[in-house]
Design a binder for this molecule. Sequence first.
Ligand code: CUA
Length: 158
Amino acid sequence: MHIHKYEKIWLAFGLASLIVFLTVIGISAFYLGNKPPSCLTTINPEKVDQTVPFNHPGLHKVEGKEWDYELVYVAQTFSYTPAEVKIPLGAKVKVIATTKDVVHGFEVAGTNINMMLEPGYVSEYVTTFNKEGEYLLLCNEYCGTGHHLMSSKIEVVK
Ligand code: CUA
């Protein structure tokens, strides 16, 4: 069978690209340990209030972890618990959140914290608050008639 020269070039190019992509993905997954954002932590949405850590929402200092604080949120129509929180400037914080009822958003305006809270799942995000000031946490998933009222305040203080 005769294969045209250009076809051979394209075949070689395609094969080489495939090898490059698979190598990059392979290194990223198996050597760097990257994986898709997990929604693997599950929770019974009817028992959020009785489930650790959601039985004590708010900011908690932790020892011996990669982060200094854990900030636990429970979302429900149409509010977040806690409604207001103060975080020390420069603190590395793991945000842990879930919802008791429907899907809610979890966006902290002016930062790159933006999660979806789904009933039955725990959403997590590790971040450092490096800028003093007041931040607005708001819901960006339409969740009902009070959706626009759903917000909470984060204050980063010295
Ligand atoms: Cu909660 Cu929109």
